[in-house]
Design a protein around this ligand. Structure first.
Ligand code: AMP
Length: 608
């Protein structure tokens, strides 16, 4: 059977994939599946494609072409050395490189391909992509939309009709699409986006942050030196990527500048929460596009069956958090987000060639792993707060860390209790292991402890706690960590309901467990709580009272949901969504009306 290759021809990066043993596989060269979409000429006039071309961009922009995809479909040319090329010709060089990669891996020639394009590409842009394929010696059997490809990767053959939301944030562009898939046919119901928003903007914000801080200290603006700027841009991008998995990232650049004939070095630590504050406004912008896409598709958030993440920048944990808050469901990023589109193109190629493509197999964490900490629980400080470290659906092996801090002055011990589950109250999750770190420095409260979880493929969890100031380390290994989770039976529901009410009612005057060696979370800030605080601060007292009581009711409802039947839980969730929207609109009547409906359900469940 003939191989039809799948190609993601991206603005920043491109990839090629094939179907092997019923599974899409992205092909690598020198261990790297990603080919930067950059073409250049070296000093001797030899053609460079991919990484070497990207590496020379800062030094030789006149001999390097990036982001050619933005020009596809335009009647224009770009200069490379002393020659002029059409956008199709430059794209053809990238496509030919990918074709060669496929032929080298397979050991035989390939001539047919499926190529992906953004959903918003017009006919001219699609035609130009087809021409680029032909120039590269490829018969382009189909051009498909990138969100369609992502849907095919996750759901080649859904049993029932499914509606998916594809959130795609790459290096330079953002788009969000709502798709419906039924019997293998994917229909894009709506698409929105911003062609000027992507991970590169996050780099720029971080660069400004680092340069501003350096300038405060040394009165030198590093942005003015092209060389320093280009070095730093690379360094901040690397730091940004590390912050997706680590709570802190350091940036060390020696001899970055000089003053009074003395070299100056840059050494800085970025804490994830600080970085998240920088990018938060941009992410809120993406949520605006998401709302528009839902409105255009005439769907409510609750009608979306699956949320799929695409694009390298969606590895940012704050994106997962904001989407889960907005859409009320877990997001899917089991498949490498920058490879999902190429894999989908290969799935489409496989379907055309008549190859049997099975559901994609990836090892993922079935449940969230995290620790107990002192933190917010439904608006109250509680020692039962569950602080997630490795979210569920994370591909294994996985390593993540967070920073916590001691709660009292001279606290010389910290209890690390590791739980598994999805409830923000640890009492509803499963304890998988615990230990105490002793011998901490007797310093004021706020002594930082870095807690790291490493989960390997066989389910072995290594937990490490490090006192940042002294380097004191305590480590434990927990076997079969992922197998301990037991889904509680319905018969437990009554006990859990009871526990839920006790929690809510006791919380205001609750003993915060302060005699115990607890940790509080200082890393990822519970942003929504701050927002809620800010929101109520500007409200009229009567409205604030209504909102406060609605928030208390919502907390009660959130507690009840895990023990309720599917139907009751989904009704409560929908009402909570409407309640949140009514609070945002500050509509007192609506808040009171929805609160009454929630109260009725709680009353009914209590009575059952
Ligand atoms: P793409 O266009 O899908 O290849 O995405 C490229 C963008 O993803 C660039 O801005 C990268 O810096 C960004 N990116 C890649 N890996 C990560 C990561 N681990 N965390 C955050 N951003 C990332």
């Amino acid at each position: 059977m003939e191989t039809i290759i799948g190609i993601d021809l991206g603005t920043t990066n491109s990839e090629v994939a094939i179907i092997r043993d019923g599974q899409p596989v992205v092909l690598e060269e020198d261990g790297d599946p990603i080919l930067p979409s950059v073409v250049g000429l070296d000093t001797e006039g030899r053609l460079l494609v991919g990484k070497p071309a990207r590496n020379q961009y800062a030094l030789a922009p006149e001999r390097t072409i990036r982001s050619i995809k933005r020009k596809m479909g335009q009647e224009t040319t770009v200069a490379l050395g002393d020659q002029k090329y059409s956008p199709q010709e430059i794209s053809a060089i990238i496509l030919r490189t990918l074709k060669n990669r496929a032929e080298k891996t397979l050991g035989y020639p390939v001539s047919r391909a499926v190529i992906t394009v953004p959903a918003f590409f017009n006919d001219g842009q699609r035609q130009a992509t087809r021409q680029a394929g032909e120039l590269a010696g490829l018969d382009v059997v189909r051009i498909i939309n990138e969100p369609t490809a992502a849907v095919l990767t996750y759901d080649p053959h859904p049993r029932d009709r499914e509606r998916l939301l594809v959130y795609d944030l790459g290096g330079g562009t953002f788009d969000v699409s709502v798709a419906q898939v039924e019997q293998g046919v994917v229909e894009i119901l709506s698409s929105h986006g911003d062609t000027q928003l992507g991970g590169d903007d996050f780099d720029q914000l971080l660069l400004d942050h680092v340069c501003d801080s350096f300038s405060k200290k040394h009165a030198i603006d590093l942005r003015q030196s092209p060389q320093a700027r280009s070095r730093l841009l690379h360094a901040v991008e690397e730091a940004k990527k590390r912050l997706s998995f680590e709570a802190v990232a350091s940036i060390e650049e020696e001899f970055i500048a000089s003053k009074d004939n003395m070299p100056l070095h840059l050494s800085m630590e970025i804490v994830r929460a600080e970085y998240e504050d920088l990018i938060h406004p941009l992410l809120i912008k993406t949520l605006g596009c998401l709302d528009e896409a839902l409105t255009d598709a005439r769907l409510q958030a609750t009608e979306i069956d699956k949320v799929v993440l695409v694009g390298g920048a969606t590895r940012t944990p704050l994106i997962h958090q904001l989407l889960e808050e907005r859409l009320g469901r877990p997001v899917h990023s089991e498949i490498e987000p920058d490879l999902a589109v190429a894999m989908g193109a290969a799935v489409q190629g496989g379907l055309i060639a008549g190859v049997d493509v099975g559901p994609i197999l990836v090892d993922i964490t079935p449940h969230t792993l995290g620790i107990k900490s002192l933190g917010d629980l439904h608006g109250f400080m509680s020692p039962y707060h569950f602080s997630p470290i490795i979210p569920r659906n994370t591909p294994i092996p996985a390593s993540r860390n967070e920073i916590y801090s001691t709660v009292f002055d001279s606290q010389d011990a910290a209890e690390i209790r590791v739980f598994q589950g999805e409830n923000e109250d640890i009492r509803f999750n499963t304890l998988v292991g615990e230990f105490v770190v002793e011998g901490l420095a007797r310093v004021p409260a706020g002594n930082q402890i870095l807690v790291r979880l490493d989960l390997d493929l066989s389910g072995i969890l290594n937990v490490t706690a490090t006192e940042r100031a002294t380097g004191l380390v305590k480590r434990v290994t927990i076997d079969n960590a992922t197998e301990r989770f037991r889904v509680r039976q319905r018969s437990d529901a009554v006990d859990r309901l009871q526990a839920a009410f006790e929690t809510v009612e006791d919380q205001e005057g609750e003993d915060l467990g302060l005699e115990k060696p607890v940790l509080s979370l200082t890393g990822p800030s519970p942003r929504h709580i701050h927002e809620a605080d800010d929101q109520t601060a500007t409200m009229a007292p009567s409205l604030r009272a209504v909102v406060d009581s609605a928030n208390r009711l919502a907390a009660k409802a959130e507690h009840i949901i895990p023990g309720a039947s599917d139907a009751d839980a989904s009704e409560l969730r929908a009402l909570l969504g409407s309640l949140r929207a009514a609070i945002e609109r500050r509509s007192e009547d609506e808040i009171e009306g929805i609160s009454r409906e929630i109260e009725d359900i709680i009353f009914y469940l209590e009575d059952k």
